[in-house]
Write a protein that binds this ligand. Sequence first.
Ligand code: TEU
Length: 519
Amino acid sequence: MDNFLWWRDGVIYQIYPRSFADGNGDGLGDLIGIISRLDYLNDLGIDAIWLSPFYPSPDKDFGYDVSNYTDVDPRFGTLADFDRLVAEAHQRGIRIVLDLVLNHTSDQHSWFLESRSSQDNPKREWYIWRDHPNNWQAFFGGSAWEYDPVSRQYYLHLFTKQQPDVNWRNPDVRKEMLEVFRFWMERGVDGFRLDVFNAYFKDSDLHNNPPRFGLRAFDRQRHIHDIDQPEMMPFLNDLRILLDSYPERYAVGETYLATPQKTILYCGAGKLHASFSFDFTPYNLIYPWYSAWLKAHIIRREETFKASGIWPTTVMSNHDLPRAASRYSRGENDAQAKLAMTLLLTLRGTPFLYYGEEIGMRDIPLRRSEILDPPGKKYWPIYKGRDGCRSPMQWNSSAYAGFSNTQPWLPVHPNYIRRNVVSQQADPKSLFNFTKNILTLRKETPALCRGEFVPLKTPTGTLAYLRQLEEQTVLVAMNFSKRFVSFALPDGHWRDIISTSEGAPGRLAPHEIQLLILG
Ligand code: TEU
């Protein structure tokens, strides 16, 4: 494809390293495991890998509590393994995106150990210490303040109490953080996913958040002082200057409490390349799945992003959410998972594919005693936490699904005997082959990557749109209903490129998906 820009036209595949492939037989995935599966990823047709954290971590939030930003946790490998991973990925044309968790560190990070040692320690100002808490709430429940009996003050933590928030107002902190980016770019890293970046800066006077209606204490306040402060913008500019001093580097932000409007504010010249708007997975964990809601949301997102010129991202699943195949399907039928995959890979925006999504992995069922995730432990059974979507990758039907030769850190889904990479590779109608076919098509069809989005008027229960460039038009049609539905094709000769059923162009069988090309 001409003018291919990897982070705009490509597909980014998220790997949760502890669950992808266990190369050293300890039940935990690792970097050498990932290296051993690069040919698989290359064959699938992805363009970049986003690695969830593999840095040293006490695992109070499974890697999102980092105790050293510039090293590899020995359980995942070494810096030498990392260098090999980068080299081997690059040999195959696959970019590497790292997950940087810079809003907070682990409470075992040397910075925090120093900071908490006494009120006059030089690193005291690297975190946010106060004599009295305000009304801010931690996302995972409870006050965002924890009393430290040794140094006799409270410190701020927007997530677990083992994740103290860093004081981004301190210039030494900002300088040190930019060095973290530089460290990894010098090792060849192509991009970064920034964990809850819009929470870095807090109101300087720590004003209380005003109240509003909501279920949990967290939801009963308007989050106007604990996140989204204007001081973020000059930092983003500094970051962008640094990124642009290397060729084709990229940063995507994880927008905390995202809306499309908020998301675009942080992107563009002198800011991030992209930021998640989580259009299908709002943080209230409600996931409507019918064509009218989807259409309204897609149009809202399109209008916001198009007017701003910011490139959107599409996310159906990640390590914080129930998997799309679990949210929308009953049992093992993949009709809904194929609809979700079609949206992910054909809307305007960079698709983020979560490991196992290509074979329709389902969340594992867990008993209370098996829950590891802190919010799951706290809110069970109302909310069971995020372990369900983090289970070992299902490679084949051998013991432990070919993920490991020993008992993995989380159980393998019992459906692995039938639902795995090897069995789906052999089945032309599988979700794996459906996904691979669209990924192959994207590579030779610029309209599917860069084309304008034009919604079509189609009957209830269906969704259809064009992806249009001057020289090429693709039509995507999806039937969310259980009935046959016909719709009027726009003028011209439409050729079928991918379809999941026996319908003819313009006539959709139940749950059918059609991709047609003009001419
Ligand atoms: O997530 C931030 C965030 O907003 C999530 O808490 C999400 O809304 C929630 O899990 C409900 O789905 C990031 C990371 O992705 C997450 O894994 C970390 O636990 C969190 O930051 C703290 O680092």
